[in-house]
Design a protein around this ligand. Structure first.
Ligand SMILES: C[S@@+](CC[C@H](N)C(=O)[O-])C[C@H]1O[C@@H](n2cnc3c(N)ncnc32)[C@H](O)[C@@H]1O
Length: 251
């Protein structure tokens, strides 16, 4: 599994239209609204990584956030996001960019978001760590990073993961996968790659890339999402991590 395959998957017109529809008509999940507003003051300068067609950034503008940059490595997604932003006469900036090598200066943002499990669609643990490091680099000290993942401990998938563990032990796993926890699944936009992490793994990766104050909460603990949101997206876990500020690192 190569990052290029994920890029091809999201460049497919079906994927672009799927996310454009969500940006135009679904908007923010109730849980997203609650989590983002509880963390970020309205004057915060925010980076949204993996913005797709702009669903989250456009929603943040509607909540009153005014300093927003969305980036995505699929140019067609960025074009859709810009188109919607222009149609609505909002002021969100969107640009092309790869999470694993951000073309942005150090310490620019108060916060960053990598929503709807996008970070877990980067194949390879080292590549996901690279994205965590890059996001850490572009946040100011004290800045907060919010992202979501699925959760391998979800009881609904226990049998699947037990069987998958046996397949990795006896070498009969799908050879297209990089690591235990990787999955392909059928989605409305076709066969989709996703890494499903354990909590311990994300905590380790965040710590290894310099984050502190790590917290997480299930989406269902934050809000009971309406049917259209549940049809668009499954249960997931919000992760919140902080770039240490000078007071944390002093002494
Ligand atoms: C699940 S979609 C979410 C889109 C949007 N945030 C939303 O919630 O509607 C994940 C997005 O992450 C983008 N993405 C995946 N890997 C990326 C990377 N390495 N750098 C930037 N964007 C990436 C994909 O192109 C896709 O638009």
């Amino acid at each position: 599994m190569e990052p290029q395959s994920v890029h091809e998957h999201f460049s497919d017109p079906r994927a672009v239209q799927h996310y454009a529809k969500a940006a135009a008509s679904l908007g923010l999940w109730v849980s997203e609204e609650r989590v983002f507003q509880s963390i970020f003051p309205k004057e915060a300068t925010l980076l949204e990584v993996g913005c797709g067609a702009g669903r989250i950034s456009i929603g943040l503008w509607e909540l009153g956030y005014r300093h927003l940059l969305g980036i995505d490595f699929v140019r067609e997604m960025v074009s859709e996001a810009r188109r919607l932003n222009k149609k609505l006469e909002y002021g969100v900036s969107f640009r092309h960019g790869d999470a694993t090598r951000l073309d942005l200066e150090d310490s620019l943002f108060d916060g960053a978001i990598f929503g709807f499990n996008g970070l877990m669609q980067i194949p390879g643990r080292e590549n996901r760590r690279r994205a965590m490091s890059e996001i850490h680099r572009v946040l100011r000290p004290g800045g907060v990073f919010v992202f979501t993942t699925h959760d391998r401990a979800n009881p609904r998938y226990r049998e699947f993961w037990e069987a998958e563990k046996r397949r990795w032990e006896n070498g009969t796993m799908n050879p297209g996968l990089c690591e235990f926890g990787d999955r392909f699944y059928e989605a409305p936009i076709g066969c989709t790659f996703m890494h499903i992490p354990s909590q311990a793994e994300i905590t380790l990766d965040l710590e290894a890339t310099g984050w502190t104050g790590i917290e997480s909460v299930h989406r269902s603990e934050v809000a009971n999402e309406p049917a259209d949101v549940r049809e668009f997206s499954d249960e997931c876990r919000f992760w919140i991590a902080r770039r240490p500020d000078q007071a944390d690192t002093a002494g």
